[in-house]
Write a protein that binds this ligand. Structure first.
Ligand code: GDP
Ligand code: CA
Length: 345
């Protein structure tokens, strides 16, 4: 047998029969990497037809910039699944240039703290055009993503403009991206406000996807400004509470800190403990009005499993560092295994 081939096969996740329909709640970069792992697992699973993957993506970071609708998390997931993301920089397109942004700055137009690459700008121009033609964000996202074989459907949490704002003073608030990208989260956050949330409804397809899912996974995305902003859309939390599918999450906090981003600052701002168990308790057990049936922590947080189970959430400790897709697929498989263990009671 060819050794290279053998090694390759060994790197595939153990073959399992996957749930037919998996829904992932996702932020941007962390969610994108996790979605690639889930897709890897599904592509190597037994049985036909293939399981479906639907990502419900946060839109709280979206904004209008230079007359264009920018959706950072939807684009991170689209680029990540398409394999056209800049993996080194961590955001945007690979092979990007910034000629248009340089020209805009020369005109004194736009935000100098938020550079839009030229390839990325094409996405925002296309999306804005579709929105101006009267299509909703879900349909605009379907059109944009149809260009690639993503192996997943991407749904915005809502088509309404619901902006995450960060209160940094008595009354002063900043758009989340301004707080994060411009100020690097250095201004202490006092509160996260979802402007426009009370009037918002879930995007077409969101409640249906949750209602018909066989498994709902919370990506190891930021629990406050990514997953939390999805949950702030009226109807979504209720749909998850009522879902027939188990809800299993993966901790974005490993050994007491986040990996990329600013989840620690966000958790502190809402009074949650910055730990794997703290995030599980923040989400809460579904059995007592929270969200989770199951929670995966990293192996180095194995000591917190009894505390999480005491809160009514099935828990297991496995490696949770997202390496390549095969490594990340093992995380997804562990979530499927935990759900199966729960269903066996
Ligand atoms: P954003 O919208 O681009 O900020 O991305 P997300 O909210 O989807 O993901 C950010 C979160 O991913 C952060 O809180 C990180 O702690 C978490 N994260 C990033 N890499 C890893 C990883 O390898 N493993 C785990 N468990 N979490 C990760
Ligand atoms: Ca984000």
């Amino acid at each position: 047998m060819d050794t290279a081939q053998h090694t390759d096969r060994d790197r595939l996740p153990r073959s399992i029969v996957c749930p037919r329909s998996i829904v992932v709640l996702s932020g941007g970069v962390g969610g994108a990497r996790f979605a690639r792992g889930v897709r890897h697992l599904l592509r190597s699973a037994e049985g036909e037809p293939r399981s479906t993957l639907t990502c419900i993506v946060n839109v709280g970071d979206d904004m209008w910039l230079n007359g264009l609708r920018v959706c950072p998390d939807l684009d991170s997931v689209m680029y990540g699944l398409a394999g056209v993301n800049d993996a080194e920089r961590g955001w945007g397109r690979a092979g990007e240039s910034e000629r248009v942004s340089a020209e805009l700055l020369a005109y004194g137009v736009g935000a100098d703290w938020f550079t839009l690459g030229d390839l990325d700008l094409a996405t925002h121009i296309a999306r804005s055009q579709l929105l101006r033609e009267g299509r909703g964000l879900a349909e605009a996202t379907r059109v944009l993503t149809s260009r690639w074989d993503l192996g997943a459907a991407l749904l915005p949490a809502t088509e309404h403009e619901v902006e995450t704002r960060v209160r940094v003073g008595e009354t002063e608030t900043l758009h989340f991206e301004e707080w994060w990208v411009r100020h690097r989260a250095a201004l202490p956050a006092r509160e996260f406000v979802r402007a426009g949330a009370s009037a918002a409804v879930p995007a077409p397809g969101v409640l249906e996807a949750i209602g018909s899912a066989d498994l709902v996974l919370l990506a190891p995305s930021n629990p406050i400004v990514s997953v939390g902003s999805i949950l702030a859309i009226p109807g979504i939390r209720e749909a998850l509470a009522a879902a027939a599918a188990p809800v299993v999450g993966l901790s974005p906090i490993i050994g007491g800190s986040h990996l990329l981003g600013m989840a620690a600052q966000c958790l502190t701002a809402v009074g949650a403990e910055v730990s794997a168990a703290g995030v599980a308790e923040h989400y809460g057990a579904r059995a007592v009005g929270g969200l989770l049936d199951g929670w995966l922590v990293d192996s180095r947080d194995a000591g917190s499993v009894p505390r999480i189970e005491a809160a009514g959430i099935a828990a297991a400790a496995v490696p949770l560092l997202m390496g390549d897709d095969a490594v990340t697929a093992e995380m997804a498989r562990a979530a499927v295994d935990l759900a199966e263990r729960m269903s066996r009671g």
